[in-house]
Every structure is written in C-alpha cells, then in structure tokens.
Design a protein around this ligand. Structure first.
Ligand code: C2E
Ligand code: CA
Ligand code: CA
Ligand code: CA
Length: 279
C-alpha cells in the first residue's frame, strides 16, 4: 500500500514536481514534529442529552508548524499512514489523551471518558490490543473510560484479524464506537457482527435534519435501528438549536458539535469542566 501511494504521483504529470516537493516537505517536517513538540491534542466535549452534562470528550490531533501554522489532520494523517509515522504518532496520541484524562479524573471528574480516533490503516499497522493494555496500565486510566473511534472501512477489510482484535479490545473493557456512520456502504445489520457499542451519526446527516425530509428520516431510522441493536447513538457536527431539538425529539443519546463547543485546548477544556457548563 505504501508503494501504491508513492506511484500515484507518477500520473500527476504536469504538477508532479510540485506535488512531490510538497509531499517531501511535509514528510520531512512531520518526522520532526513529534520530537519538537509541535503536535498537540484538542478536546471536544460530548454531551448527554438525558441531563445535559459533559460525560466525555474526543481527542483531536493538531499540528502547528512553526513556519506555516496549523496543518489540518486530513492533510497529514494520510501521509503519516503511508510513511509509517502513524505508529509513533498514534501511540503519542493515546498516551497523551490518557495522561490528560487521568489528570482530570484526579481533579474531580472521575467519570469522564476519552475517545481517540484510530484510522483503518493505523489499526492494521499497529497491534492495538497490546498498545491499549500498556497505555491503560501506565496511565492508570480504567478501561471503561477509554473509547476508540473506528471507521466503517476498518470493519470492511481483513475480517478475521479485525474481529479478533476488536474482541480482544472488548475483553480489555474499552468502548468501541463507529465514526462517521452513514458515509460508507454498510448497513447496521451488517455491522451487528462486530462488538460496536456506539454509533456516531455523521455530520452530513445532521446538517440535513432540519431542511430535508430525507435527512430527517434517515437520521430517525439510524437512531431506531441502533437502539434495536443495543447500541447508543451520538450525533456529530451539531451546530443549531433546530438540530438539537430534532435529536431530542427522536431520542438520540448524546451530541457533539459547535452548538455546544468547538474542540478546545486542554487548559480551556479544564476551565469548561470547572465551570460545570451544561447544555
Ligand atoms: P472526525 O473523527 O470525524 O472528527 C470530527 C471533525 O469534525 C473534527 O475535525 C472536528 O473539529 C469537526 N467538528 C466538530 N464539531 C463540528 C461542527 O459542529 N461542525 C463542523 N463543521 N465540524 C465539526 P478535525 O479536528 O479537523 O479532524 C478531522 C479528521 O481527522 C477527524 O474526523 C479524524 O478522522 C481525523 N483525526 C483527528 N485526530 C486524529 C487522531 O488523533 N488520529 C487519527 N487517526 N485521526 C484523527
Ligand atoms: Ca472521530
Ligand atoms: Ca466523525
Ligand atoms: Ca470525519
């Protein structure tokens, strides 16, 4: 897969030089980003719709290049996967998120959960069960407070190995969520063979719930089907009061999005927790 990614650039004839240069530049800089402390996690709260409290958060990776500024994760994570850098970066994300969570647990918020994103290629390249076991032990975070956000594409490939690793992760006791649900091709009934606890309804559906009949009915049926399979639901990218009202009416369990809060630096998230801010 690594070589395939590289060869792709051979076909971008006119722009090839530029793309290769940009790529080499980002790759070189990314190699040093970890050691130079340019990576940072931001945290976006997840809010329970039954009570309006923050119950947990999602860790989102940020890279600030000193010369250039913020590089969005969609730009550098694919490259990190192609180069194998996702292995040390992914471990750093998990360790940093768990260390932060442990500090908040000790600071008066003992029930908070932390969700970490794990891409399909990353899951294949790393031994997640071993890493998760080690990081939980080192950080002192209880397994039930750690959530892994996985994508449909991860579940679609190399079934046996994936199922084996997911089962091991469930034995460890972590929560497994399905990120961006609805953007892939799989139905929830196909997904019931995997030990998934939470369905994250993709923001493209949430954007539509108040202005299209289709968007509304799709979201309603995802919530209903997830419930029938004993999975809980969280809506992503909730931005408006109208979307919130819809999700309350149709008994979605939780929300995440700019309506409540953008992703925050650790110190800002700490202040939000201290303030006891509710929905
Ligand atoms: P994602 O996991 O689907 O994360 C949600 C994205 O939506 C985040 O973008 C978040 O900032 C953004 N978002 C949150 N609320 C709203 C809202 O109300 N409206 C809108 N329009 N957007 C909202 P971000 O931080 O740029 O991350 C993009 C993607 O990069 C993530 O999508 C995830 O797939 C990936 N990513 C981020 N951090 C990590 C990481 O540590 N490891 C891995 N493997 N992937 C990561
Ligand atoms: Ca996610
Ligand atoms: Ca998502
Ligand atoms: Ca996404």
């Amino acid at each position: 897969a690594k070589d395939k990614g590289r060869n792709c650039y051979q076909f971008y004839h006119p722009k090839m030089g530029v793309l290769m240069e940009e790529r080499a530049d980002i790759e070189h800089a990314l190699h040093q980003a970890l050691a130079r402390g340019e990576l940072e996690l931001h945290y976006q709260p997840k809010v329970d719709l039954n009570g309006g409290q923050i119950y947990g958060m999602e860790a989102l990776l940020r890279w600030r290049r000193p010369d250039i500024g913020q590089v969005p994760p969609d730009r550098f994570i694919p490259l990190a996967e192609e180069t194998g850098l996702i292995i040390p970066i992914g471990e750093w994300v998990l360790r940093t998120a768990c260390a932060q969570l442990h500090a908040w647990h000790g600071g008066g918020f003992p029930h908070l959960t932390m969700a970490v994103n794990v891409s399909a290629r990353q899951f294949r390249q790393m031994n997640m069960p071993d890493l998760v076991r080690a990081v939980l032990a080192d950080s002192g975070v209880p397994a039930q407070c750690l959530e892994l956000e996985l994508t449909e594409s991860l579940l679609m490939q190399n079934q046996e190995l994936v199922v084996r690793d997911l089962k091991q992760l469930k034995e460890i006791g972590v929560t497994l969520s399905l990120d961006d649900f609805g953007t892939g091709y799989s139905s929830l009934s196909y997904l019931k063979q995997f030990p998934i606890d939470v369905v994250k309804i993709d923001q493209s559906f949430i954007r539509d719930v108040t202005d299209s009949v289709d968007g509304a009915s799709l979201t309603k049926s995802i919530i209903a089907m997830a419930k029938s399979l004993n999975m809980t639901t969280i809506a992503e990218g909730v931005e408006t009061q109208g979307q919130l009202g819809f999700l309350n009416t149709h008994r979605c369990d939780a929300i995440q999005g700019y309506y409540f809060s953008r992703p925050l630096a650790g110190s800002e998230m700490g202040m939000l927790l201290q303030a006891g801010t509710q929905l």
